[in-house]
Design a protein around this ligand. Structure first.
Ligand code: F6R
Ligand code: ZN
Length: 190
């Protein structure tokens, strides 16, 4: 099959992408176990209207070695912890990714299979290089939507299971009006 060039329009303010081939949304109820404060999470789901946390829109063409899309994250917190994505390793350890931020303020938390942690800022114009073998989770630390464009190989695959249990070794919280990156208590408490 031969593929033809095409222009895809991306709105940096909303993350709208057209033409799109796929779309999904994650509300708070879809993110059970992600946040440290399970009571605050349950309250926000049951009594806080189960808010939208993030949406993903993708452009994927069968037969291509690239696909891309947008992730748009709403601002918010569960307890003191900022809204974040599930986070994943790529199933293929040889495939990395690029995250190009178009709007908002956030953090990209990264961790390799050896347990080494890093974080890089996400702000309009910053382009994060995610090397092969590094799990990645984005966090909206600002008060407006965080919009970024991502590009990777469709054969990269997602391994969510590896961090579903305890999360990553770092968490991003609001502390005294500032953003703090703290050790994840689920690791330090064994
Ligand atoms: C793809 C990728 C992004 C994320 C998206 C949602 O490899 O890294 O498209 O999938 O930002 O995050 P997750 O998948 O961690 O819920
Ligand atoms: Zn990824």
């Amino acid at each position: 099959m031969s593929l033809l060039p095409e222009t895809v329009t991306i709105d940096a303010m909303t993350g709208a992408l057209s033409p799109a081939t796929g779309h999904y949304a994650k509300h708070l109820a879809d993110l059970e176990g992600l946040f440290q404060d399970a009571t605050a999470w349950a309250n926000a789901v049951a009594h806080g209207g189960n808010p939208l946390v993030y949406e993903v829109i993708e452009y994927r063409k069968d037969g291509s070695d690239l696909f891309f899309g947008t992730t748009t994250m709403q601002p918010g917190r569960v307890g003191t912890e900022f809204y974040m994505t599930r986070g994943h390793f790529h199933s293929n350890p040889a495939m990395g990714e690029v995250y190009y931020t178009r709007r908002g303020e956030g953090l990209l938390l990264l961790e390799n299979r050896g347990g080494e942690s890093r974080h890089v800022p996400m702000r309009a114009g910053s382009c994060a290089f995610i090397p092969p073998g590094w799990a990645h989770r984005s966090v909206n630390t600002g008060d407006e939507p965080l919009v970024f464009v991502w590009v990777c190989n469709p054969a990269a695959g997602h391994d969510y299971a590896a961090i579903l249990d305890k999360g990553l070794r770092q968490i991003a919280v609001e502390q005294d009006g500032a953003v703090a990156i703290l050790p994840n208590p689920r690791f330090t408490q064994g």
